[in-house]
Design a protein around this ligand. Structure first.
Ligand SMILES: *Cc1c(COP(=O)(O)O)cnc(C)c1O
Length: 423
């Protein structure tokens, strides 16, 4: 599909068609296993000397279509689908780091990811150091000879800070460290992090990619550019793996990362995506470009409306000309579009925030973002409630912070709902 444009790949990428039936729709292969031609064929598959389907924990033709479409849209050499965004992040980190190793992460990330990286990984012996992503010096200071990766979100959660990808990538690469970018809020339509130095891109497909908030899913895309061979930080890739015939993953070349993730981690940890969900996510991708245009246009209008409202003390939307991140939006995102998740602060503080949310009629109060429907939440009491007060403050979340995820409805209806709720 390389010669086609983004919109075409979003519709057709990865769909092999179905020769048997002529089906135009992507078939949903609800099967756990695949018939071997004979014992020789089975042996070759297990030895990886021949590629083919073995068992749906490790590969499935419907999930393969989703994976190929994601890899093509991001410009990577391969992708792997996961049962959720968190599964994608967890597997990415443990595909780089062992107990005793370290990761450096932006501190402005999804609240759940702060818990995953800061608490659960630390119990497994992987230390994550959190830094202010805007402070390049802090990234550099955090590097030790144990550092195995940098982690950042394109648009941070929840205050919509934009990461300056290129300098962070350059710094990582100067030290032989891979750069992992969570591009959930931008999707490949608004930003292709591989073009700006990302080695591995992760997504919660649960959000914009799923389109209507119906299924969970995640994806990891491998740029194929990170050089593991003889990199002293990665004995993981340079020493024989006894659990797979003594394979040395670095010797596999470009797709070493994604192949190791599939053959080793998907085999052992098993956070695979259901083929039904893969089908839903492929359908979501078909309209992703149309929806992201509308999401971004609506969000900008809503942010401009809020910015001019006397009851609002701050609006953190990077698409606003007044945002300190607007320059980075223009540098990294398509046509200056800034997606549709952001926060604002009501001057009345916590009680005003709660009254406001309880007065909304159209905008749905829930713990999700990136749905076709407009959504609202109060991070301090929901998504980020498991964080300590210090971590909350560090993440830039106050009692009066309200998070919006602007949908694709008529923008006048969204603004009218905000207006009556603020009143
Ligand atoms: C939701 C989200 C995740 C986690 O994804 P799930 O699909 O909910 O597991 C990770 N990163 C970001 C930026 C998210 O918004």
């Amino acid at each position: 599909m390389e010669n086609y444009g983004f919109n075409t790949i979003a519709v057709h990428g990865g769909n092999p068609g179905d020769k048997g039936t002529g089906s135009i729709g992507l078939p949903i292969h609800l099967t756990n296993a695949y018939r071997f031609e004979n014992t020789e064929h089975a042996k070759n598959l297990f030895e990886l000397s021949k590629f083919g389907n073995i068992y749906s924990r490790i590969m499935n033709p419907t999930s393969d279509a989703f994976e190929q479409r994601m890899a093509q849209l991001e410009g990577g050499v391969g992708a792997l689908a996961f049962s959720s965004g968190h599964a994608a992040i967890f597997n990415t980190i443990v595909n780089l780091a062992n107990a005793g190793d370290e990761i450096v992460s932006s501190l402005y990330i999804y609240g759940g990811a702060i818990n995953l990286l800061g608490t659960t990984l630390s119990r497994l012996g992987i230390t994550v150091k959190f830094v202010n992503p805007d402070d390049l010096g802090a990234w550099e200071e955090a590097i030790t000879d144990k550092t195995r990766g940098f982690f950042v979100e394109t648009i941070g959660n929840p205050n919509a800070n934009v990461a300056d990808l290129q300098p962070i990538a350059d710094l990582a690469h100067k030290h032989g460290i891979p750069f992992v970018v969570d591009s959930t809020f931008t999707t490949p339509y608004l930003c292709r992090p591989i073009e700006f130095g990302a080695d591995f891109v992760v997504h919660s497909a649960t959000k914009y990619i799923s389109s209507y908030g119906g299924v969970m899913g995640g994806a990891v895309i491998d740029s194929g550019r990170f050089e593991f061979k003889d990199n002293p930080r990665f004995p993981l890739y340079n020493q024989p793996d006894p659990s797979y015939h003594g394979i040395i993953y670095a010797d596999l070349g470009a797709p070493a990362f994604i192949l190791r993730m599939r053959t080793l981690l998907m085999r052992d940890i098993g956070a695979c995506l259901s083929p039904f969900n893969s089908h839903q996510l492929c359908t979501g991708l078909e309209t992703l470009p149309l929806r992201m245009d509308r999401h971004s246009q609506n969000a900008l209008k809503v942010a401009e409306y809020l910015e001019n409202h006397s009851a609002v003390s701050a609006v953190n939307y990077p698409g606003l000309k007044s945002s300190r991140y607007n320059g980075l939006v223009n540098k990294y995102f398509k046509d200056g579009m800034a997606s549709s998740v952001f926060t604002f602060v009501l001057a009345g503080g916590k009680q005003a925030g709660a009254d406001f949310i309880d007065s909304l009629k159209l905008i749905v109060h829930c713990a999700n973002v990136g749905d076709a429907k407009s959504l609202v939440s109060h991070p301090a009491t929901t998504t980020h409630s498991q964080l300590t007060p210090e971590r909350l403050l560090k993440a830039g979340i106050t009692d009066g912070t309200v998070r919006l995820s602007i949908g694709i409805e008529d923008v006048n209806d969204i603004i009218a709902d905000l207006e009556q709720a603020i009143k």
